[in-house]
Design a protein around this ligand. Structure first.
Ligand code: NAD
Length: 288
């Protein structure tokens, strides 16, 4: 299949390379020359504009920073250049309203399109082990699924257009809240004289157990290896957690949802990100 890939950054580079490995002919574009050169090295054919990359594509995949950029790339380049009948997949994390707007415009222009944001970071993008949450019609999902399966290990149809983004931000709002709770519990346990390993041994098999504790413990040396064991480098950057919580707060407003814990988590990460945006989000424990 001829696949256009737009946005070859931290995530997109590995995803495009995995499409090449799966035997697809990948036509890649990024504004960055260095990103284009790396994609060329990974076996992609590179182009100087997004429109050129899309010109003969059976499918278009995008992995871009935000909703405004996704909207403008699809409106300016994809809808005017991709052959009618191509399947379009936006894997960026963007706001639900923009995802629905772009998919409606795609349908009006004669394309099937899905929103397919991912869970998993750069290592999962490189390793082809991402989880995709997919919004779109049954037909669009059926067409997108095999392409996504070449870049990930789990692909789940979340319902209509925009529902992939809805699943992503609700999940990450829960993760943000849960990590703050885990950090608070470990910090207080220690101040009360409990050894962190002993608290872990108890809580990880008790009702406080959660992913932030047993897969991603914020205390170094406790639980499976996680960014806390690497001075909070790598992992999930605080700036990205803040981006997702900010999208979640926008969605809460537009959907009339009451999210006091999500709101507070957003405020806490906003303050923490001022000095620590590049560090893993579990580094928050150092402020408690
Ligand atoms: P990134 O900034 O590394 O990559 C984005 C790329 O898009 C850059 O290379 C940039 O040059 C390119 N770009 C920007 N505007 C463009 C345009 N108009 N045309 C073509 N290329 C353009 O970001 P990333 O970490 O790869 O994240 C991409 C998306 O994936 C974001 O929406 C992010 O929220 C989401 N995401 C990231 C992670 C992660 O761990 N990095 C995890 C899950 C989801």
């Amino acid at each position: 299949m001829k696949i256009a890939f737009i946005g070859l950054g931290n995530m997109g580079a590995g995803m495009a390379a995995n499409l090449v490995k799966a035997g697809h002919e990948v036509h890649a574009f990024d504004l960055s020359e260095a990103a284009r050169a790396a994609a060329h090295g990974a076996g992609c054919t590179t182009h100087m504009t997004a429109g050129e990359a899309c010109a003969e594509a059976d499918a278009v995949v995008s992995m871009l920073p935000n909703g405004a950029i996704v909207n403008s790339v699809y409106a300016a380049d994809v809808f005017s250049r991709a052959p009618k009948g191509a399947i379009l997949l936006d894997c960026s994390t963007i706001d639900v309203a923009t995802a629905r707007k772009v998919i409606a415009a795609a349908q009006a222009a004669g394309y099937d399109m899905v929103d397919a944001p991912v869970s998993g970071g750069i290592a999962a993008a490189n390793g082809g082990t991402l989880t995709f949450m997919v919004g779109g019609s049954d037909t669009a999902y059926a067409r997108a699924q095999p392409i996504l399966a070449a870049m990930g290990k789990t692909v789940i149809h979340a319902g209509d257009a925009g529902n992939g983004q809805a699943a992503k931000i609700c999940n990450n709002m829960l993760l943000g809240i849960q990590m703050i709770g885990t950090c608070e519990a470990f910090a207080m346990a220690q101040k009360l004289g409990l050894d962190p390993q002993v608290f872990y041994d108890i809580s990880s098999v008790s009702s406080g157990q959660c992913w932030s504790m047993t897969s991603y413990c914020p205390v170094p040396g406790v639980g499976p290896k996680s960014p806390s064991d690497n001075d909070y480098q790598g992992g999930f950057a605080t700036a990205l957690m803040l981006k997702d919580l900010t999208l979640a707060m926008e969605a809460a407003k537009t959907s009339g949802s009451t999210v006091p814990m999500g709101q507070h988590a957003q405020e806490i990460y906003e303050s923490f990100a001022k000095e620590n945006g590049a560090r893993d989000f579990s580094a928050l424990i150092q402020t408690l």
